[in-house]
Design a protein around this ligand. Structure first.
Ligand code: G6P
Length: 612
């Protein structure tokens, strides 16, 4: 799981373009970074470093290597540690080719053994290295580039998008994909190849996504794409999306902080997009009849997107009156999927690239259940695989920890539940207008709540960072919100944090509670739920737990029990998690900052997880 980029230029030097592309792909991992090019004298140069592009650039400057054809790789370690040996590009025994790969070669062990028996020497633990040695054997058989790619497709199992640069074909990139994404763009000075169109320069206006199970030979002005059977494919070029412009951090110290403060505008933009243009039927790819008759919704997602789905389940069941289940992408495949006849799947993914979610979607489609993508990237694999599309307008989210993608997903699901209710005649247009106004108001509350509480959070940071573990509790919609809060805190601060339904406290987690364990309790505006939450708060205090509450206005009893409290404006009860989102994220952010963590790029993580 990594990012690959390649460029074959007409006359210019390729390095600058490859490094610029790599800088846009670091969301796919940053354990190591590598570059390879063939220079004017047909010599192959490879430079790799442990860590991010920041380490590669000085290493390249020191050597001043460049050429008209080059490739670059950014790695998130799966097979083998984050070492120089395991960094891409990998090479063959003759050191005449460079290979970069995104994905996992499932039959790498058996291939490695066979190749070793044939005399090949491996220098890394990486599964990817087998591709380099296999390509070497096919080159030695004097095969043409397309025949080499064909043979590789017959031999390799698993997910892959790879690029091969070889001294034997110094003007061509050999590329292939199976499940992992790969796209190509035509530039003024040559042809670009990358895992994601984000890596293409702005001037590029025509691009294509390589179809699944295809390979291509690419020169500076031509490419031919074949399927795995060897048939030439006619793949239409499309207009490159110019909206994907990543602006800098501005005055903010980290992207995460900037993105926390962009949430209000992101929600408003998302709502604006939904209110204009297409009807809900067009967006979902479902007829009015099909929406009216919906018997079941299956939501799939991973990480933060899964948590947004869990919150959305409450909306879809209580407002749209449709039975809803929420599944982790990675678990879905191991379950028996028994969809009802009138069923739809909503696949949630900020990036639209998460392999586990894409894999779940493939399974759903095998059951002929329509899929609606809820994503932040309109051109993503998920968007293209789905029948319907809801695009959040969060703008590029750069920090690994998801913030504005989460809040726009939650806002979308709330809006969607009401749209389905509207089509079913459960609510009228006036109520729908009110819903949109409520969402706008809560977007403002999200921001206003941060302004109210940020100073007091910062003032108590010494205390907050002194705790070694955190327990998060919530009930009803604030329970999945507690799951999201625990994820946020652990991913950026590395403090162990775990969330439980507040009612489950007494069934085990209470054993962990004492004066050294802080419990963050998210309250709920609904009176009956609030009463139960107060009871849970009492249970914590009875065990001397350090109680931090996110309370709603007027919840005096809870405030009296709390050691620290943040009173929230919340709006409609179902939207209370959205209103609390900003303060919760800010709390996690400043804790991580105080601890000196690498906030935008936490250790061991990646923004987009493109392996299963
Ligand atoms: C990674 C990210 C998470 C994200 C998850 C799902 O683990 O670090 O922040 O929630 O992937 O990503 P997606 O793009 O599918 O929403």
């Amino acid at each position: 799981m990594c990012g690959v980029v390649g460029f074959v230029s007409k006359h210019g030097l390729a390095q600058k373009n490859v490094l610029r592309g790599l800088s846009c792909l670091e969301y796919r991992g940053y354990d190591s970074t590598g570059f390879a090019c063939i220079d004017q004298q047909s010599r192959l140069h490879i430079q790799k470093v442990v860590g991010s592009l920041n380490n590669l650039i000085p290493a390249l400057e020191a050597k001043s290597i460049d050429g008209t054809i080059a490739i670059g790789h950014t790695r998130w370690a799966t097979h083998g540690m984050a070492t120089l040996e395991n960094a891409h590009p990998h090479t063959d025994c003759g050191q005449s080719l460079a290979l970069i790969h995104n994905g996992i070669i499932e039959n790498h062990q058996i291939l490695r053994k066979q190749l070793q028996q044939q005399g090949h020497t491996f220098t890394s633990e990486s599964d990817s290295e087998v591709i380099a040695h296999l390509a070497e054997t096919f080159i030695q058989e004097q095969l043409r580039p397309s025949a080499i790619l064909q043979k590789l497709s017959e031999t390799l199992q698993g997910a892959y998008a790879y690029i091969i640069l070889s001294q034997n074909f110094p003007n061509q990139l050999l590329i292939a994909r199976n499940r992992s994404p790969l796209c190509l763009a035509i530039g003024k000075d040559g042809i670009f190849v990358a895992s994601d169109p984000l890596a293409f320069p702005e001037q590029v206006d025509q691009m294509l996504f390589l179809p699944d199970k295809s390979y291509a030979v690419v020169t500076h002005n031509e490419y031919q794409i074949f399927d795995f059977v060897g048939n030439l494919l006619d793949v239409q070029l499309e207009k490159a999306d110019k909206l994907v412009v990543v602006s800098g951090k501005g005055d903010y110290e980290h992207y995460m902080l900037k993105e926390i403060f962009e949430q209000k505008q992101a929600i408003l933009r998302t709502l604006y997009e939904y209110k204009s243009g297409q009807t809900i039927q067009e967006r979902l790819g479902l007829s009015t009849q099909a929406i009216k008759e919906l018997e079941e919704i299956t939501i799939v997602g991973c990480g933060t997107s899964f948590h947004a789905g869990l919150i959305g389940q409450f909306f879809l069941e209580s407002i749209a009156q449709v039975a809803t289940t929420v599944q982790l992408g990675s678990e879905f495949r191991h379950k028996t999927f028994l969809p009802r006849k009138k069923s739809v799947c909503i696949a949630i993914s900020q990036s639209g690239q998460t392999a586990d979610t894409l894999e779940a979607v493939e399974l759903v489609k095998q059951h002929k259940v329509p899929v609606v993508a809820l994503t932040n990237v309109a051109q993503s694999s998920l968007a293209r695989e789905s029948n319907g599309l809801l695009v959040t307008q969060a703008g590029p989210e750069i920090a690994v920890a998801s913030t504005k993608a989460f809040s726009t997903q939650v806002a979308t699901l709330y809006w969607l539940a009401h749209q389905i209710a509207l089509v079913k005649g459960l609510i009228d247009n006036t109520s729908m207008l009110q819903v949109e106004q409520d969402l706008e108001a809560v977007a403002s509350m999200l921001e206003a709540n941060i302004a109210v509480h940020k100073d007091s959070i910062v003032a108590d940071l010494d205390l907050y960072v002194s705790f070694k573990n955190y327990i998060f509790l919530g009930r009803h919609v604030t329970y999945p919100f507690a799951l999201e809060a625990a994820l946020k805190l652990k991913e950026i601060s590395y403090i162990f944090s775990q969330a439980y339904s507040a009612g489950e406290l007494k069934h085990g987690p209470l054993a962990l509670v004492d004066a050294t364990v802080p419990v963050i309790l998210f309250s709920h505006p609904d009176e009956s739920i609030y009463k139960k939450i107060v009871a849970n708060a009492q249970e914590v205090k009875a065990r001397k737990g350090f109680l931090i509450v996110f309370a709603c206005q007027g919840q005096e009893e809870l405030l009296e029990l709390a050691d620290k409290s943040f009173i929230m404006q919340t709006g409609p009860a179902l939207l209370s998690p959205l209103a609390m989102t900003g303060v919760m994220q800010f709390f996690c952010y400043v804790l991580a900052k105080k601890m000196g963590r690498s906030i935008d790029k936490p250790r061991n993580l990646a923004k987009s997880v493109t392996v299963e």
